[in-house]
Ligand binder design. Structure first.
Ligand SMILES: C[S@@+](CC[C@H](N)C(=O)[O-])C[C@H]1O[C@@H](n2cnc3c(N)ncnc32)[C@H](O)[C@@H]1O
Length: 256
């Protein structure tokens, strides 16, 4: 697998003081305590660990060994054994687990990290191969909430945008975002997430995570799923019952 772009920044991921409040939403969509769940891009287990308590088995895959290395001790600490959960390094655009799942999820905008049409096609192919005939898949992206022209004009900025600051033992961690470039034709954003840890006023660590975020508009996201041959079951605009297209997120549940 390619280099782990999250190696340096993974340790800061769980500190986000405003994480998505999506865990109860996914818990409600587990229809049976025996359900087999596949989590694509499970990261540090933010969703994996709580969901393991509500389903029969959950399998997480993520391309970042550093994120998985944070997830595994959490599972041990929660005493969730190998009969209930497994997390592996893997590419969500190209994998074969040789089994079907009742629910496939990719929480917190994972699919937006897929930059190319080829990767997106690989994702949908893998979903098709792993979804039970009566199962469902839920994908989520953010709602751009401004038209493409405004996005092209306004998203890129000079300098750093302050996101949050947190006091930790003997110092603080400050998170900023840079927005240096975008692919204006394909509407792929290339933000850089910067974490700096200070002891008193001395900079002790700086981690920079450069990611791709491919944008989808409400109609375009639905069409993509339908064009790949799936049937849409439900759509939401967020995790607090917002209408599709009117909230901060675009969340679609679909089946074969
Ligand atoms: C924003 S994090 C979300 C993590 C977790 N789902 C959550 O909700 O907290 C995105 C995750 O997707 C993973 N990811 C992105 N592209 C991937 C790919 N092609 N294959 C596997 N994992 C991928 C990243 O490594 C990262 O851990």
């Amino acid at each position: 697998m390619s280099e782990d772009i999250r190696a340096a920044a993974a340790k800061y991921y769980d500190l986000d003081p405003n994480p998505l409040d999506d865990v109860p939403f996914y818990e409600r969509l587990i229809l049976s305590p025996q359900a087999y769940v596949l989590e694509l891009g499970c990261g540090t287990g933010r969703v994996t660990v709580p969901l393991a308590a509500s389903c029969g088995y959950i399998h997480g895959i993520d391309r970042s060994p550093a994120m998985i290395a944070i997830c595994r001790p959490k599972l041990e600490k929660a005493k969730i054994g190998a009969e209930k959960v497994r997390v592996d390094a893997g590419d969500i655009t190209n994998f074969d687990l040789a089994r079907k799942f009742d629910l496939i999820i990719a929480p917190y905008r994972v699919m937006q990290n897929l930059e190319t049409d080829r990767e997106v096609a690989g994702l949908f192919e893998c979903i098709r191969e792993h979804l039970a005939h009566d199962g469902s898949c839920i994908l989520n992206v953010f709602n751009p909430r401004r038209d493409p022209e405004s996005m092209r004009r306004e998203w890129r900025v000079d300098g750093e945008i302050f996101c949050w600051e947190m006091l930790v033992d003997g110092g603080k961690i400050i998170h900023h975002e840079r927005r240096p470039r975008m692919d204006a034709a394909k509407l792929v954003l290339y933000p850089e997430l910067i974490y700096r840890r200070y002891e008193r006023e001395t900079l002790m660590d700086e981690a920079i995570l450069k990611i791709a975020m491919r944008c989808y508009y409400p109609g375009q996201f639905e069409k993509l799923i339908v064009d790949y041959g799936f049937q849409i079951m439900n759509r939401w605009g967020g995790y607090q019952n917002e209408m599709y297209g009117q909230g901060p997120e675009l969340v679609i549940q679909f089946r074969l």
